[in-house]
Design a binder for this molecule. Structure first.
Ligand code: ADP
Ligand code: GLC
Length: 488
């Protein structure tokens, strides 16, 4: 099958979060299963184009015309990468915004990206199925089913839309309709209108043939008011077309046996290397070596409300009384950066933080920490806790979304389980959970069992890729009856 991925970020070219890992791992797994996969991304700062295929695509955005190009990048492991190239829109310091907030022209930037995606299909590479991701490419199904409904080349293309995070919908003021070049007839309740705003994701949820999200539990959660972010009704209406498919892991990138970014490789058979990694990690965070004797909790995260840091703020005083050390890597909302900086100042011998994005350090934390903390308020899938399992770094998580689907609570009685989970979004519950983990840590035999349980788990992409293929096939079948009677 020929599969086109349309996404706003993807490794090895661009990344702000887990979406980029998925846009690297899933295409590779599909390619390995014998499919032909092409990934279309915006060309951001530093991305190199090897050849220009279309030097000017005319895109009408309201009363303005823009002329982005389409170029091809270097293929990676058999997957071909193409770029929408409009430097004024995409060659910026960041992907979606800077310290002052989201870029004010995000509606136009990603409307253009989605329009060029359709031109790409018509002029460069026609797929059998299109797979869009999040709000930034959610206009693709809407455009195909409305403005391109009579376009003989693309009108019957099936589209799958994956929701990686319902918290980000692409919401813009009503005036955006004009600036993205869409008619007011699409500013209705059954298209883009959402409580007086334009909602890109809603358009995709309504017009895609199939919807997926990145864990089974999150697929259920987003149909409820608590997690639906106002779109629960729209999603419930399409429940028969919604599937939860868990993200996988590219163990070629994330495994302690071969990771080139960590101090010493190790495996479940010999965890000595993990000690060397802990020592190296403490040094990287400038924490004294005496912390080798304490359990070390690692955090790698975007510092945003979703990730549960207000709970950590709530229990910081109690946590500091425990005999433990913490290293945190992340960037985001100023209040959480301040929280971690404050803790690092106050408990400088045991707590350290690095504000920023640093892939090498993320690997060092996975390898060198004893526990990985993810107390998310909600979590569509979450990748770090799955990486942690493979590194023998025991996850401490809240039982929500993908965290609940991937981590089994350790039970002393059966010695089964891979981590520690708490249910209520509450500081006391988090503290109790961390204390249970600390208790288990004090018994090396028990701790080794939990590590080994986690390291034995297999979350490779193979099974998830097969589930997507089944869905792509269903999407193809779903398209046929609707175009019956037409010439194509
Ligand atoms: P989300 O996509 O919501 O941010 P995930 O757990 O799915 O959460 O994925 C996060 C990805 O981004 C992981 O690969 C993680 O290692 C990486 N990451 C997050 N913050 C940083 C950071 N500050 N430095 C390096 N990598 C980071
Ligand atoms: C989102 C979610 C995260 C998920 C990732 C990749 O950023 O917050 O839970 O793992 O997308 O699907």
């Amino acid at each position: 099958m020929k599969i086109l991925f349309v996404a706003s970020e993807g490794l090895p070219y661009s990344k702000t979060g887990g979406l980029a890992d998925v846009i690297e791992g899933l295409p590779r797994a599909l390619q390995a299963a014998g499919h032909e996969v092409v990934v279309l991304l915006p060309r951001y700062h530093g991305n190199k184009i090897a050849s220009v295929l279309v030097s000017s695509v005319s895109v009408a955005l309201g009363d303005k015309m823009r002329f982005p190009a389409i170029g091809e990048g270097a293929p990676v492991k058999g997957v071909r990468y193409f770029f929408v190239d409009d430097p004024a829109y995409f060659d910026r310091a960041q992907l979606y915004g800077d310290k002052t907030g989201d870029y004010p022209d995000n509606a136009e930037r990603y409307a253009e990206f989605s329009r060029v995606a359709i031109e790409f299909m018509k002029r460069v590479w026609l797929p059998d199925v299109v797979h869009c991701h999040d709000w930034q490419s959610a206009l693709v199904p809407l455009l195909l089913r409305t403005q391109h409904a009579n376009d003989p080349v693309v009108r019957s293309l099936p589209v799958v839309l994956t929701v990686h995070n319902l918290g980000y919908q692409g919401l813009f003021p009503p005036a955006a309709m004009k600036s993205i070049g869409l008619p007011d007839t699409l500013y209705t309740m059954d298209a883009l209108e959402f409580y007086g705003k334009v909602n890109f994701l809603k358009g995709g949820l309504i017009f895609a043939d199939f919807l997926t999200t990145v864990s089974r539990r999150y697929a259920k959660e987003i149909q409820t008011p608590e997690f639906g972010c106002g779109l629960e009704g729209v999603i419930r209406n399409r429940a028969d077309r919604l599937v939860g498919i868990l993200n996988g892991v590219d163990y070629g990138v994330w495994s302690p046996e071969a990771d080139p970014l960590i101090a010493q490789n190790y495996s479940v058979h010999n965890l000595d290397g993990k000690k060397a990694c802990k020592k190296d990690l403490l040094a990287a965070f400038r924490l004294p070596e005496e912390n080798m004797d304490r359990p070390l909790i690692g955090i790698v995260s975007r510092f945003v409300d979703q990730k549960g840091f207000d709970l950590i703020a709530e229990i910081a005083g109690d946590l500091a009384k425990e005999n433990l050390a913490v290293v945190a890597l992340g960037a985001g909302q100023p209040e959480y950066e301040k929280l971690f900086k404050g803790l690092a100042d106050k408990y400088s011998a045991r707590v350290s933080v690095k504000i920023g994005y640093d892939n090498t350090l993320a690997h060092k934390i996975e390898a060198g920490a004893d526990m990985f903390l993810m107390p998310s308020r909600y979590e569509p899938c979450g990748l770090n806790q799955i990486y942690s399992l493979r590194y023998g770094t025991v996850p401490v998580v809240r039982a929500t979304g993908g965290l609940d689907d991937t981590i089994q609570n350790f039970a002393v009685k059966t010695q089964q389980g891979t981590g520690f989970k708490f249910d209520e979004y509450d500081g006391g519950a988090l503290l109790g959970c961390i204390r249970a983990a600390l208790k288990a840590y004090r018994d090396p035999k028990v701790w080794h069992t939990i590590q080994a349980n986690g390291m034995a788990k297999d979350f490779s992409w193979k099974a998830s890729a097969a589930a997507y293929v089944t869905l792509y096939e269903a999407a193809k079948r779903a398209r046929i009856p609707r175009v019956a009677g037409s010439s194509k």
